[in-house]
Design a binder for this molecule. Structure first.
Ligand SMILES: Cc1cc2nc3c(=O)[nH]c(=O)nc-3n(C[C@H](O)[C@H](O)[C@H](O)COP(=O)(O)OP(=O)(O)OC[C@H]3O[C@@H](n4cnc5c(N)ncnc54)[C@H](O)[C@@H]3O)c2cc1C
Ligand SMILES: Cc1cc2nc3c(=O)[nH]c(=O)nc-3n(C[C@H](O)[C@H](O)[C@H](O)COP(=O)(O)O)c2cc1C
Length: 584
């Protein structure tokens, strides 16, 4: 198809071009092929954006832009940083900022803004973007008519409100008068290839002015990318707490015939199944046979499978309750109920309304669990979790409280050996081990120990020389010292250099990991000054906040810094990739 000389030129280009240059070329070529008027030789002469190509060289249209990111676990920051680097290479001046640092009053002055934002919770923006998000809805007289914007949303299509925060911001900016520079791009968990596609299309249609626009889909695009699903079998499911404990924490080992591709620091995601008795009761209430075929959002299920594996029937969000109220033409107060309670308290003619009721239900959102095994030490066909059976109380109608278990942790806690479950891997690109010789300090009370068990076994298997220091805490030494024997062996073999434990209820005064950190202030600071990487995992509130405050106190006291300077020291560690949090 190509002449020898063209082939040679092309090979030369492919050999020497950087990845981002090739992406640009790919976008540029697709634009050229869409333009009938251009002849082939002239097109090829315009390939490079950096070398001179006078006749057809595209001219830079986007000379400057601000890129902001809203992130919880760092993905949006990584994407925003990559966009900034790539756009700079094309000659666009970029300013990069986290939305928590962004001056809200600057928004009306911006001309070009790219927003990369994830969705958290139940369709909410990440905590760091909350102020920005609220500002858009609350600043009544905000006029954004000067602003042109483009948004990349990061999310997980397994959640019912896929990329909702990015959708909200996209709509609200338009409502406030801003113009879309490019349609909203919603990316699933495997977002990297999609971001590269976005970049190629954006470069071609927005960054340069005289390239032909690629055929872009109208309106919003939703990128569904393949997330590999594994089927596993439970090998072991063991309560690590003693009988007298207030807690139940399960060490769960899962085996898969497929090689499980993951790294220490990643999480496992899964969708729990509804209990059989709940499913039976719902089918009876709705008058459905277990094997009746039902279409739900374009896929056929039998009724039993749909209600067991797909539909969220527990603790329905208010929007679902209100959707039911609309379908059944009833007034239902704003509250959260299980589906069975809703159908019983607010009955309707189920035979005629069934299809609409089912269509208004949402999918079960997945839950994530930090992986506590190491691929190197435990092999690629096995994966371990450390799951706390979540307990909470809800008020009953008689004014008393009912003890309840969390949906997914209860499901996992009850899985017997030999049971099957489906799962996927949720990579965490931030929470990773450093180079072999770097020291690490791990603060992981409760189930926060999970990724650190993985780190310790991984480092042992790799023979890393860096020192490892673990802070672990729980309620009682005798009943709650998770993985005690393993940790003691790791101490004896020298893999674990130091282990500090805090058992909060073994004495009159509560002692937590942050108190142990403060007791070790001098050594902690010495390790940090010597280059150690810090990790916190476990409960977001109050643990991670208290630990962070203790770290700031240690840094301030040991280096005669003000609390603000100590915070800046910690921020700087984070910037350098030496301070990571995986908290929930
Ligand atoms: C990155 C990441 C890693 C994680 N790693 C781990 C880990 O290693 N180990 C671990 O144990 N957990 C981990 N978690 C937490 C885990 O994902 C789940 O959030 C946890 O197990 C609780 O889920 P659940 O389904 O059991 O509880 P849910 O059923 O989702 O309940 C959660 C809360 O919802 C409310 N609620 C639910 N139902 C009702 C109701 N009927 N009435 C009133 N209120 C209700 C309660 O406030 C309850 O506390 C991690 C989370 C993340 C994001
Ligand atoms: C607890 C939790 C809740 C989430 N809720 C949603 C959601 O409602 N909708 C969605 O599309 N993605 C949801 N996600 C997926 C994240 O948006 C996705 O993992 C994203 O890549 C995270 O990017 P970040 O690291 O920049 O925050 C949720 C993730 C977690 C851990």
């Amino acid at each position: 198809m190509l002449t020898e000389i063209t082939q040679k030129n092309l090979n030369e280009l492919l050999k020497t071009a950087q990845r981002d240059e090739l992406i640009w070329v790919s976008g540029f070529l697709s634009g050229l092929t869409a333009r009938d008027s251009l002849s082939a030789p002239a097109n090829l002469s315009a390939l490079s954006s950096t070398t001179a190509a006078p006749a057809l060289a595209p001219t830079l249209a986007l000379t400057q832009c601000t890129i902001v990111f809203g992130t919880e676990t760092g993905n949006a920051k990584r994407v925003a940083t990559e966009l900034s680097t790539q756009l700079k290479k094309h000659g666009t001046q970029t300013k990069l900022k986290g939305l928590d640092q962004y001056r809200l009053t600057d928004l009306a002055k911006e001309s070009h803004l790219i927003i990369v934002i994830s969705t958290q919770g139940e369709g909410e923006p990440p905590a760091a973007a909350r102020k920005f998000y609220d500002y858009l809805y609350q600043a009544a007289d905000l006029n954004l008519s000067k602003l042109q914007f483009a948004i990349i949303g990061l999310g997980d299509s397994a959640y019912p409100l896929f990329c909702k925060a990015s959708e909200d911001i996209d709509n609200q900016l338009a409502t406030l008068g801003a113009q879309r520079l490019f349609p909203l791009r919603k990316c699933d968990t495997d977002f990297e290839p999609e971001v590269q596609n976005w970049l190629a299309e954006f470069t071609q249609t927005v960054v340069y002015s005289n390239t032909a626009p690629a055929a872009l889909p109208a309106g919003q695009t939703s990128a569904k990318t393949g997330k590999k699903s594994y089927t596993g079998t439970i090998l072991t499911n063991l309560n690590l707490n003693d009988r007298d404990s207030n807690k139940e924490t399960y060490h769960i080992e899962i085996e898969s015939e497929d090689e499980i591709v993951y790294q220490a620091g990643d999480a496992l995601g899964l969708v729990p199944h509804n209990p059989a008795e709940t499913v039976d009761a719902l089918l009876a209430q709705l008058g459905l046979n277990a094997d009746e075929s039902i279409d739900y959002k374009g896929t056929h299920y039998n009724a039993q499978q749909l209600f067991t594996e797909k539909l969220n029937v527990q603790y329905l969000p208010e929007r679902v309750i209100q959707a039911y109220a609309r379908v059944t033409a009833q007034t239902i107060p704003a509250e959260r109920l299980d589906l069975l309670a809703l159908l019983t308290r607010y009955p309707t003619d189920f035979a005629s309304k069934r299809a609409e009721i089912i269509a208004s239900l949402e999918a079960i959102p997945p839950r994530l669990y930090s992986i506590s095994s190491s691929p190197l030490a435990h092999g690629n066909n096995e994966i371990h979790l450390t799951v706390s059976r979540h307990q909470f109380k809800t008020p009953a109608e008689n004014g008393e409280f009912i003890e309840k278990y969390g949906f997914c942790s209860n499901y996992l806690a009850q899985l017997p050996e030999g049971a099957n479950l489906n799962f996927y891997i949720q990579a965490n690109h931030q929470f990773k081990l450093p180079s072999a010789e770097t020291d690490i300090i791990m603060i992981g009370p409760g189930t926060g120990i999970a990724p650190f068990r993985s780190f310790l076994f991984e480092r042992e298997a790799r023979g890393d020389s860096g020192r490892n220091w673990l802070f672990f805490g729980e309620q009682h030494f005798t009943s709650d010292f998770l993985y005690q024997t393993e940790l003691q062996t790791l101490l004896e073999t020298g893999v674990l250099t130091r282990l500090n434990t805090a058992f909060s209820r073994d004495q009159a005064q509560k002692i937590y990991v942050q108190h142990k950190l403060l007791q070790q202030a001098e050594e902690v600071f010495n390790w940090l000054e010597a280059g150690a990487v810090l990790y916190i995992c476990g409960a977001k509130d109050p643990m991670s906040v208290d630990v962070e405050n203790a770290l700031i106190q240690i840094i301030a006291e040991r280096s005669q810094r003000s609390p603000e300077q100590a915070r800046a020291y910690l921020d700087n560690l984070q910037e350098q990739g030496r301070y990571h949090k995986d908290v929930y």
